[in-house]
Design a protein around this ligand. Structure first.
Ligand code: GLT
Ligand code: MN
Ligand code: MN
Length: 375
């Protein structure tokens, strides 16, 4: 593979990460089988490193198959750690699969079955231990099966109590073991459940405030999930950042009103993606830039690396546009005029303030032209 190097060539300093499940996605959907061969974690680490990524993230079972023995786990971990070291790759985040096995078909932490709830918490604790072994400082919790189709079966208030109890047990586990680990909860409105509890990042933030250790728990907003809920990811991410709760991020894209697409970052909505990059870069977000998306089902193995390379390049190109936005005299001129009005000490005058033009048409067109390379 020859990779032309230019100023948008990603480097380790950019801290780009990909889930093993993202580049490893085989293109299965509810109507069609796999179109790509499985990808081993070792190959993933090597290839992503060559492309300039900083690291990978994983579910417990992306690396350690369900039911593996202790010695199998040891062997897999040994080889994986060697591959990470050989390729200067890191694992800043791990997560837990509480959605694939049939046992979780009616939820994990919010299951109505106490043995399933206990198992889910134990599995999450073991995934936290795995993360600790790999040097991760963030544990993502995506409750994909925490939801319902039949609301006669469970009162959402009970679901909240069980959910809270489960997350509290995880923070206890982290504290009891002296781990340096924070939890980032990821919201999604629906799919695979008809309705998923805590459907938005805003709902997550309200829930987190009710936990035993709210300071240890933040959010992992995903662009696509906010768009599935009809929301503006720039606003959700901004709210989380302002609250000191943006612990991690899932960068991808989604056409509103469709199934869960997990499209390549910025492939649908360039302007929306620009504002997300601007928020992360200007807002002091310190975490990795994590991609949670996958290649189109039309792609072969090479298409997967085109997808990964494209995700990182687009981020860097948009980051360059953020710099151009900050140094564009016309854009900044309008913004400083608006800022003067925002700080105005002038008395209120219904006629005057009602007649003001905000220049947003001009401002937005300037941003569009900047993104199109016309400025
Ligand atoms: C799954 C989901 C993602 C979550 C992953 C973490 S798993 O692929 O669609 O949005 O971030 O559990
Ligand atoms: Mn995600
Ligand atoms: Mn998703």
């Amino acid at each position: 593979m020859t990779i032309p190097s230019d100023k948008f060539q990603p480097t380790k300093a950019d801290r780009f990460t990909f889930g093993l499940w993202t580049v490893g996605n085989q293109g299965r959907d509810p109507f069609g089988d796999a179109v790509r061969a499985p990808l081993s974690p070792l190959v993933t680490v090597e290839q992503l490193s060559k492309l300039g990524a900083y690291g990978v993230t994983l579910h417990d079972n992306d690396l350690i198959p369900l039911g593996a023995s202790a010695s199998e786990r040891e062997n897999i971990l040994r080889d994986f750690k060697k591959s990470l070291a050989d390729h200067d790759m890191h694992v800043p985040m791990v997560t837990v699969n509480l959605f694939y096995h049939p046992v979780f078909k009616d939820g994990a932490f919010t299951s109505s079955m106490a043995p399933i709830r206990r198992h889910a918490v134990d599995k999450a604790k073991a995934a936290i231990d795995l993360g600790q072994e790999l040097g991760a400082h963030t544990f993502v919790l995506w409750g994909g099966r925490e939801g319902s189709e039949v609301d006669a079966a469970r009162d959402p208030r009970d679901a909240m109590k069980h959910y809270r109890d489960g997350v509290n047990q995880l923070t206890e586990h982290i504290l009891a073991n002296g781990y340096h680990m924070r939890i980032a909860m990821e919201a999604k409105p629906n799919e695979p459940r008809s309705d998923i509890y805590l459907a938005t990042t805003g709902a997550m933030l309200a829930f987190i405030a009710t936990l035993d250790h709210p300071e240890m728990v933040g959010v992992n907003p995903e662009i696509a999930h906010e768009k599935m809920a009809g929301l503006n990811p720039y606003h959700s991410i901004g709210q989380a950042l302002e609250a000191g709760k943006l612990f991690h991020i899932d960068l991808n894209d989604q056409k509103p009103g469709r199934y869960d697409q997990d499209l390549r970052f910025a492939s649908d909505d360039l302007k929306g993606a620009f504002y997300v990059v601007k928020m992360l870069e200007d807002g002091g977000y310190q975490g990795p830039r994590h991609f949670d998306a996958h290649a189109y089902r039309t792609e072969d193995a090479q298409g997967v690396w085109d997808f990964a390379r494209g995700s990182m390049r687009t981020y860097l190109i948009l980051k360059d546009k953020v710099r151009k936005f900050a140094s564009d005299a016309e854009i900044q001129g309008i913004l400083s005029e608006l800022a003067q009005w925002s700080a105005s000490e002038e008395p209120f005058d219904r006629e005057r303030w009602g007649a003001v033009g905000y220049q947003y048409e001009k401002l937005d067109q300037l941003v569009v032209e900047l993104l199109l390379g016309a400025r």
